[in-house]
Design a protein around this ligand. Structure first.
Ligand code: GLC
Length: 540
């Protein structure tokens, strides 16, 4: 039977107090010299992650795929792409992860398959095929497309199939046909996939585009977006009112949750780009939905202390009782934080990510301050960039090889990597930065390990203290476990702050201050962040 216990204590469960680290497998470590990262490469870097304080690793897709969307177009859900290794390599990796008391989360892509998946090949073979209804087929409407829905990667979301004389729906590339989740056989097949990996021992899933799973039964046209601007993707010309976030999605989520719970302590993370009020509905009734609906506000908001502080407040206030918060600062679809806010301010961002209440997710390479890498036009690989060349929406710059050393190809591979290595790899690499006490890597390592050790930082309350046009300050407090004050200057200009409490600087983005006592008025340099251990246990 399923375990339906409701969470009563804070941060009791592993996914609440551990930091999640996202690996983009193509770009983490190549072990066989083909210029593409692989499972054995990841295995060889596990101790690096242990040293950093990471306990949970999420892998972007590693399954067989024609790679039209770099693995998010799956042609077999229960195998490993030979490019990444074998099932034996996967089992070995999982074993090594668990031997280090770490957890491994896989990416599950249930919204769509590859057009080369046998299910789709059958489905498109004839209108009478038993799998026809596994995908979303529609007749032309007055010789036109069935409705006005757009594909996220440009163009209409409908592709004409000459052979059977109907359109099929694809929210992303035409090589990624959407599955029909209203068909119980599809649900059964995907639940078998989930079961397959849970039985193998994986600790959970990050579920791709979860809010897309079910579409409007009546296929109504999406309304225009009044806030559309020409620099945005054509997809954003319409509001995806009928193509995403349909009420029935919550039944599917609840079903997946029941299945996960049959296996004990496994976790579901949902990729959901929605405003807070809608995002929190994915926790489900009585928190029986997604454990962690990804909270992308730090990626989406302008880097403004007032905007971020207000959003944290709104998020905290919107969480259903017992729901666990989370924060994300980077992923394989978004510009890197070091390029968005600058190298110095990225240190402040790291401190924010690792001190806010809730599970943080770190994107590989952000811990050494890797910036977006300039990709020569001829080397662009991302279909989003290739389909919309005038929009500057490419995701390759944030997917480049991990910079390990100052050797050729940054120690990532023995041969030319699939995407260019960042030009700054000679100084921005793990080897170099791990030796420098004041480096970005040292800051991440210190913050993660402090967070792991201090219940006030994992479980403590979030108490807003002060916000102005430069500063964002808050406290984390837990009875009997101390209190921390976090003061972040989100600008590059000096500012002053009168400390309401006295304490000792535990971590600073400018490390000289660490260990010093502070009280009264302090001066904060531009791009400075302080994590102060307060002298007394101050609860509010
Ligand atoms: C998700 C993935 C992204 C992919 C898309 C389609 O947003 O994160 O990389 O392109 O889904 O599967």
């Amino acid at each position: 039977m399923t375990n339906k216990k409701v969470l009563v204590e804070p941060a009791r469960l592993w996914w609440q107090h551990e930091v999640i680290y996202q690996i983009y497998p193509r770009s983490f470590q190549d072990s066989n010299g083909d210029g593409i990262g692989d499972l054995n490469g990841i295995m060889s870097r596990l101790d690096y992650l242990v040293d950093l304080g990471i306990k949970t690793v999420w892998l972007s897709p590693i399954y067989p795929s024609p790679m039209a969307d770099f693995g998010y177009d799956i042609s077999d859900y229960t195998d490993i792409h030979p490019m990444f290794g074998t099932m034996a390599d996967f089992d070995a990796l999982l074993k090594e992860v668990h031997r280090r008391n770490m957890k491994l989360i896989l990416d599950l892509v249930p919204n769509h398959t590859s057009d080369k998946h046998p299910w789709f090949i059958e489905s498109r073979s004839s209108r009478n095929n038993p799998k026809r209804d596994w995908y979303l087929w529609k007749d032309a409407k007055d010789n036109q497309l069935p409705n006005n829905w757009r594909a996220a990667f440009g163009g209409p979301a409908w592709e004409w199939d000459e052979n059977t004389g109907q359109y099929y729906y694809h929210a992303f590339l035409k090589e990624q046909p959407d599955l029909n989740w209203r068909n119980p056989e599809v649900k059964r097949a995907m639940f078998n996939v989930i079961r397959f990996w849970l039985e193998r021992g994986v600790d959970g899933f990050r579920i791709d585009v979860l809010w897309h799973l079910i579409k409007d039964k009546h296929w109504r046209d999406n309304p225009p977006n009044p806030d559309y601007k020409p620099h945005m993707a054509t997809y954003d010309e319409l509001l995806p009112l009928f193509s995403t976030d349909q009420p029935e999605v919550h039944d599917i989520v609840a079903g997946i949750r029941d299945l996960l719970d049959e296996f004990g302590d496994r976790i579901m993370i949902g990729e959901i780009y929605l405003p807070i009020s809608k995002l929190v509905t994915y926790y489900g009734t009585s928190n029986r939905g997604v454990h962690l609906p990804f909270n992308f506000q730090l990626l989406m908001l302008p880097w403004s202390s007032q905007k971020i502080s207000a959003a944290v407040q709104e998020y905290e206030a919107s969480l259903p009782q017992g729901a666990w918060p989370n924060w994300v600062l980077g992923n394989h679809d978004q510009p890197r934080i070091a390029s968005r806010v600058g190298a110095q301010q990225a240190r402040v961002a790291a401190m924010m990510l690792l001190t806010l209440r809730g599970t943080p997710t770190i994107y590989y390479g952000d811990e050494i301050g890797m910036p977006d890498v300039t990709i020569p036009r001829a080397e662009i690989k991302d279909p989003q960039a290739l389909n919309m060349p005038d929009k500057n929406l490419g995701r390759d710059p944030a997917r480049t090889p991990m910079q390990w050393t100052d050797q050729e190809h940054a120690g990532f591979s023995k041969s030319k990597p699939w995407l260019p290595v960042g030009r700054n790899y000679k100084c921005c690499n793990v080897d170099a930065l791990a030796k420098q006490p004041g480096s970005m890597h040292a800051l991440y390592r210190k913050l993660i390990n402090l967070r792991n050790a201090e219940p006030a930082l994992t479980s403590g309350n979030y108490v807003p203290v002060y916000t102005d046009h430069q500063l964002f300050a808050f406290k984390r407090t837990l009875t009997g476990a101390g209190s921390f004050l976090v003061i972040l200057n989100l600008t590059s200009r000096t500012c002053y702050f009168r400390l309401p409490f006295s304490g000792t600087v535990e971590v600073s983005t400018i490390p000289d201050l660490e260990g010093s006592s502070v009280s009264g008025e302090i001066v904060m340099g531009g791009d400075e962040g302080l994590l102060i251990r307060l002298d007394e246990d101050i609860e509010s």
